[in-house]
Design a protein around this ligand. Structure first.
Ligand code: PGA
Length: 252
C-alpha cells in the first residue's frame, strides 16, 4: 500500500513574522531544489498563517494550523474556526496535540468534535495520540493509544481527510525516543484499531506519523518502518537545514 510520506513541521508558539518568512522561504527553496517523493507541511502559529502562506507561494508545501474550534463562528473569544483557517490558506490542522490535551484539558471527545468540524470545512485533521511516561511504565502504551484513536477519530474519517500522529508525550522535546521496534508495534496496533473502526481500506491508506524528538540522525530509523508514514517535527522544524535533512535522510 503506497502511502505518501508527510514531513510536517509543528512550529508551536515560536517565531515572529520575520523569522517565519525566513524559515518558510528557506524551506521553499530547498523543496524546489530537487525532486521529492514526500509531501511537506508547515504549521506556524495563527498570527503568521497568512504571511507564511504568501512566503510559500509557488511551492507545494502545505500550510496547517495547530488547533481550531468546533464551531463555524460565534461568541468564542480567542478561538479560531476551521473556515477561518481555510480563509488563511490552510489545508491541514493539528488537533489534540498532547500540549493542548495537557495545557487546555482537551478530551478525546472534544478533539473528535474539532476533527468533525475541520473535515466539514475541508481541512485535513492531524489527530495526535500518545502515552505519558507513567502510562508507559505501567505497560499501558498500546491501550492508551487505542482508546485515543477510538475516542478522537470521527467514525466517518477517511484517509483523505485524516492523519494520525503517534507522539509519546515523554519523547516530545526531550531528546528521548522509543526504540524503532516500540514505534512499529504502536503504529501497527493503531492501524489495526483504525481497520476495526473505519474498515481495512481506509486504515491501509491512512498515514500514521511518528513524532517526538525526530531529528536528522534518527529520521531514517523511524521513517523506514513499514507503518510509519512521515514525521511530526517540533524543535527540528525550526531550522530549515534540520527539517530538510530529516526528509533527505529518509530519502523522501
Ligand atoms: P519535538 O516535538 O520534535 O520537539 O519533540 C514534536 C511535537 O510536539 O510535535
Amino acid at each position: 500500500m503506497a502511502r505518501k510520506m508527510l514531513i510536517a513541521g509543528n512550529w508551536k508558539m515560536n517565531g515572529l513574522s520575520a523569522e517565519g518568512i525566513a524559515l518558510a522561504t528557506e524551506i521553499k527553496t530547498a523543496v524546489k531544489a530537487k525532486k521529492r517523493t514526500c509531501e511537506f507541511l508547515v504549521c506556524p502559529p495563527f498570527t503568521m498563517l497568512s504571511t507564511v502562506k504568501k512566503a510559500l507561494r509557488g511551492t507545494k508545501v502545505a500550510l496547517g494550523a495547530q488547533d481550531c474550534h468546533f464551531n463555524e463562528k460565534g461568541a468564542h473569544t480567542g478561538d479560531v474556526s476551521p473556515l477561518m483557517l481555510i480563509d488563511s490558506g490552510c489545508s491541514y490542522v493539528i488537533l489534540g496535540h498532547s500540549e493542548r490535551r495537557a495545557d487546555h484539558g482537551e478530551s478525546n471527545e472534544l478533539v473528535c468534535k474539532k476533527a468533525i468540524a475541520a473535515n466539514k470545512a475541508g481541512l485535513k485533521a492531524i489527530i495526535c495520540i500518545g502515552e505519558t511516561l507513567e502510562q508507559r511504565d505501567r505497560g499501558e502504551t498500546v491501550d492508551v493509544c487505542k482508546n485515543q484513536v477510538l475516542g478522537s477519530v470521527p467514525d466517518d474519517a477517511t484517509a483523505l481527510n485524516t492523519v494520525i500522529a503517534y507522539e509519546p508525550v515523554w519523547a516530545i522535546g526531550t531528546g528521548k525516543t522509543p526504540t524503532a521496534e516500540d514505534v512499529e508495534e504502536v503504529h501497527a496496533q493503531v492501524r489495526k484499531v483504525l481497520a476495526k473502526k473505519l474498515g481495512k481500506t481506509q486504515a491501509n491508506k491512512m498515514r500514521i506519523l511518528y513524532g517526538g524528538s525526530v531529528k536528522p540522525s534518527n529520521a531514517k530509523e523511524f521513517l523506514s518502518l513499514p507503518d510509519v508514514d512521515g514525521a511530526l517535527i517540533g524543535g527540528a522544524s525550526l531550522k530549515s537545514a534540520d527539517f530538510m535533512a530529516i526528509a533527505d535522510n529518509a530519502s523522501c
